[in-house]
Design a protein around this ligand. Structure first.
Ligand SMILES: Nc1ncnc2c1ncn2[C@@H]1O[C@H](COP(=O)(O)OP(=O)(O)OP(=O)(O)O)[C@@H](O)[C@H]1O
Ligand SMILES: [Mg+2]
Length: 417
């Protein structure tokens, strides 16, 4: 590429030359973010502003981390070969010799290294196992299946309770996975008595039996309107199905939960009477059906959660027995350690004077939290969004596919200093 035609050459130079400013870089795919990070790392070495052992270069996948390491090493070697100034040459040589002391790796392995160094404050077993996604998935499956077997054997009434609300255990595996994936999300619940839906069903039934007399026996030329169809279906359902079960009660109530539409000329009665019937359905929906279904859904939520939360605990125990930490645990435990131990924060701030992040995942706030904890000036501040990063460590984030990237994928820079 000819430098003259690079439209964002100034921004690219700024990344390499303005080393006392924190930067957030947004740019499109393949625009040169990783190249810019590598150039900035080399520039930090040459300027003497940061030694490799005080550098942490973080990215998201293992493949990207390996590539970042190789590109940094190649660039150091190339510059070393071409450099003529002896002071700079020796800085580059020292960096090459000490490269292994820098941290260049994934965000998860970065967290693991912090926790291994301070396991007591991190609240982890010093010999914890880093679980990759596959290992974690297998453990999920194992925990879920074992939990279901135990329930079948020891608490069959729990399955009956689920069956009564029309849910099969297999339907819940996905929610179980979600709950374990986001352990920081608090489940709001309260113990709720099973509501009695029968009185509302009885009221609805009276209205249905009254309304059906105004529906023609033979179908109107343009068909029955939607309220008429629902009424006829429900009257049939009331005579064929057993209304002793809650699932059937809910099924009939759900049809009349929302506002009803009518087409006046399809009814046997005059318009005023048709509108009155429509009004009565809408009133019972608002005053009785909606509140009853709301209670019913709160009750179901409670039943589902009392089935699922012990399963989550089962998985957590299984993981704890193996001292396993999955990706989310690594992030959460590291953030909590930094949040609650100012001296640990200070320690790592001194160790990593320079933080360079490629492929920053702006969709996961926990990563932003980690970044601010490790760069923030006030080590006692627990709310990450109130933290202001030190001018050093520098911070450079390559954001991939950011919604803010300019339409031509050019580099834009935001600085805090
Ligand atoms: N200033 C530049 N001049 C010439 N070529 C460049 C420049 N910057 C980057 N390139 C080249 O463009 C290609 C993509 O660069 P790079 O991998 O740094 O982009 P990226 O933004 O990190 O890509 P990705 O979105 O895939 O992570 C590479 O082949 C690199 O050598
Ligand atoms: Mg890249």
């Amino acid at each position: 590429m000819n430098e003259k035609v690079i439209p964002d050459i100034d921004e690219r130079n700024q990344i390499v030359n303005e080393l006392d400013k924190n930067m957030l870089v947004e740019a499109g795919a393949g625009s040169g973010k990783t190249t810019s990070i590598v150039n900035r790392m080399v520039s930090l070495v040459i300027s003497g502003k940061c030694k490799v052992e005080n550098m942490a270069a973080i990215t998201f996948t293992r493949k990207a981390a390996q590539e970042l390491k190789e590109r940094f090493q190649n660039e150091l070697e190339r510059r070393y070969r071409e450099e003529e100034n002896t002071a700079i040459k020796s800085a580059l040589k020292e960096a090459l010799e000490n490269m292994e002391k820098s941290f260049i790796g994934t965000i998860h392995s970065f967290c693991a290294s912090l926790l291994r160094e301070r396991p007591v404050e991190g609240g982890v077993d010093p010999d914890f196992e880093e679980m990759d996604e596959l290992t974690d998935k297998l453990m999920h499956k194992q925990a879920w299946q074992q939990y279901l077997l135990d329930i079948r054997k020891d608490f069959p009434e729990k399955l009956a309770e689920l069956n009564d609300i029309g849910i099969k255990p297999a339907d819940m595996e996905e929610i179980f996975n979600l709950l374990t994936e986001y352990p920081d999300v608090e489940v709001v619940r309260s113990r709720i008595q099973k509501p009695d839906l029968m009185p509302v069903v009885k009221e609805l039934k009276k209205l249905l039996y009254r309304a059906r007399h105004y529906i023609p026996k033979t179908e109107p030329e343009k068909g029955y309107d939607s309220l008429q169809s629902k009424i006829m279906d429900s009257v049939r359902m009331l005579s064929y199905f057993d209304m002793d079960t809650d699932i059937n009660r809910v099924s009939i109530l759900e049809r009349f939960e929302n506002e009803q539409r009518v087409i006046l000329n399809r009814w046997l009665c005059d318009s005023a009477t048709t509108k009155q019937i429509q009004g009565e359905f809408n009133t019972i929906a608002q005053t009785q059906i909606k509140p009853a279904l709301q209670k019913w859904r709160e009750y179901c939520h409670d039943v589902v959660m009392s089935f699922l939360l012990p399963a989550v605990e089962y998985y957590e125990n299984l993981k704890a027995r193996r001292s396993g930490l999955n990706f989310q645990d690594l992030l959460l435990k590291t953030v909590n350690m930094l949040k609650n131990h100012p001296e640990v924060r200070l320690y790592f701030q001194n160790k990593y004077r320079c933080l360079l992040i490629d492929e920053f995942q702006d969709t996961d706030p926990i990563q932003a939290e980690l970044m601010f904890m490790i760069t923030g000036q006030d080590i006692n501040e627990k709310q990450w969004h109130k933290l202001v990063p030190h001018p050093v460590p520098f911070l450079l984030s390559g954001i991939r596919n950011s919604p803010y990237t300019d339409s031509e994928g050019r580099i834009s820079i935001y600085t805090t200093a």
